[in-house]
Design a protein around this ligand. Structure first.
Ligand SMILES: Cc1ncc(COP(=O)(O)O)c(C=O)c1O
Length: 395
């Protein structure tokens, strides 16, 4: 995505934070905004037209994850989907005496802070450790489970380092102890093939803006028959599991994004993996004192997270931005603060490495020429930052 803005060629490498809306998705949403303004709960033509739009989108989202449309619940995004999955089930199971929750230590804040909130209300929680591969070990889950574990939540792919978790095995282990299993697939949906039945999970979260759909809309897949208490009470929308008039244009956009993602998934994944590998190898070769964080074999195809020895990640991010290159120091929610990455910390990296790492997340429109430009400008920037640190240390 080369753009000329004040003569700077901008390169967007922060697709795990959010993706641009693709033109056909904008077209679909615009058509709905203009022409399908009805309330899906209304009985007349306008209502039924909007209802059909929501139903079509539900089928498209279900198809992306190998699910039945009736099991897909639209939400305001990945955060709400994670909240419903954990709170909604925890509260439904509370009366049965299940008061223990498990998640990995590298979950998104949407999961971690939900566990913290429930801990304040009396639930016991356990966070699963990871090693420097950034992958949760099945043994750690086995040790953490107890008889009253209600829900285990382990993400499908990590947002900062891209590692894919062994969800099939983890879900099986959780089920053996009678616990339910939720996976946050916000960073894997649209990037790698997903089939909820093959994964063997009970609930799976999605967010449209991570696969070229609009922000503020997501979905939770809930296995048929599972009891989930609603967080929002009110009307009977979404089979009484989420009250409130549906975000019809957003949902239509998510459906269109899911349809396009499903069609392009394999070819785009192959293209992005080749670009990512080119970028990664180029950086490791051109810049001394660099290393990839986390396992490199089992990752989503668009992500690499690289540490730059003796460089403050925030300074590097700003220097790259001045060159027109947009990257991230970790999850977008914690950027703007100098907080070290909780993911790298959980992986056992020292304080320095948790603060000198940059995430490059690729997407549609990125080209080889862009990767080569990043590889070309990085050595000079890093050397300059390192020499500034050396000068400061001498002074
Ligand atoms: C793994 C993961 N889960 C959940 C979320 C939250 O999704 P949303 O922005 O749609 O609330 C994000 C967004 O960064 C994410 O990366």
């Amino acid at each position: 995505m080369l753009r000329f803005l004040h003569t700077v060629q901008r390169i967007y490498l922060d697709h795990n934070a959010t993706t641009p809306l693709l033109p056909p998705i904008i077209d679909r949403m615009t058509a709905v905004l203009r022409e399908e303004f009805g309330n899906p709960s209304s009985v007349h033509h306008f209502g039924q037209q909007a209802k059909a739009t929501v139903d079509d989108a539900r089928s498209d989202v279900a198809a992306l994850i190998g699910a039945d449309p009736s099991e897909v619940l639209f939400t305001s995004g990945g955060t709400e989907a994670d909240n419903i999955a954990i709170r909604g089930v925890a509260e439904a199971l509370e009366t049965g005496g299940r008061k223990h929750l498990v998640a990995s230590a590298i979950e998104h804040e949407a999961v971690l802070n939900t566990l913290k909130a429930l801990a304040r209300r009396g639930w016991r929680t356990t966070l699963l450790p990871v090693d420097q591969s950034g992958i949760v070990s099945p043994g750690a889950l086995r040790e953490a489970l107890v008889d009253d574990t209600a829900v285990v939540s382990v993400m499908h792919a990590n947002n900062e380092i891209g590692t894919i978790q062994p969800v099939v095995e983890l879900a099986r282990i959780a089920h053996e102890r009678g616990a339910l299993f939720h996976t946050d697939a916000v960073q894997s949906a649209g990037k790698i093939p997903i089939n909820v039945k093959a994964l063997g999970v009970d609930m799976l979260s999605l967010s449209a803006h991570k696969f070229y759909g609009p922000k503020g809309v997501g979905a939770l897949w809930i296995r048929r028959g599972l009891r989930v208490l609603p967080l929002l009470t009110g009307g009977r929308q979404e089979r009484s599991r989420r009250a409130g008039t549906e975000n019809v244009p957003g949902i239509a956009g998510m459906g269109a994004a899911a349809r396009i993602a499903a069609r392009k998934l394999v070819a785009e994944g192959t293209r992005l993996a080749a670009l990512r590998d080119r970028l990664e190898a180029g950086i490791l070769q051109a810049v001394p004192g660099t290393a990839v964080n986390g396992a490199t074999e089992v990752r989503v195809p668009n992500t690499t997270n690289i540490s730059f020895d003796r460089v403050e990640a925030e300074s590097l991010l700003i220097a790259l931005d001045l060159e027109g290159i947009a990257v991230s120091t970790g999850s977008a929610c914690s950027s703007g603060t100098l907080e070290p990455s909780h993911v790298l910390k959980a992986m056992g990296f020292n304080a320095h490495r948790t603060q000198n790492s940059i995430r490059f997340s690729l997407g549609a429109g990125n080209t080889e020429a862009e990767m080569d430009r990043v590889i070309a400008v990085l050595p000079g920037i890093v050397e300059k930052l390192r020499s500034l640190t050396r000068t400061a240390a001498k002074a």
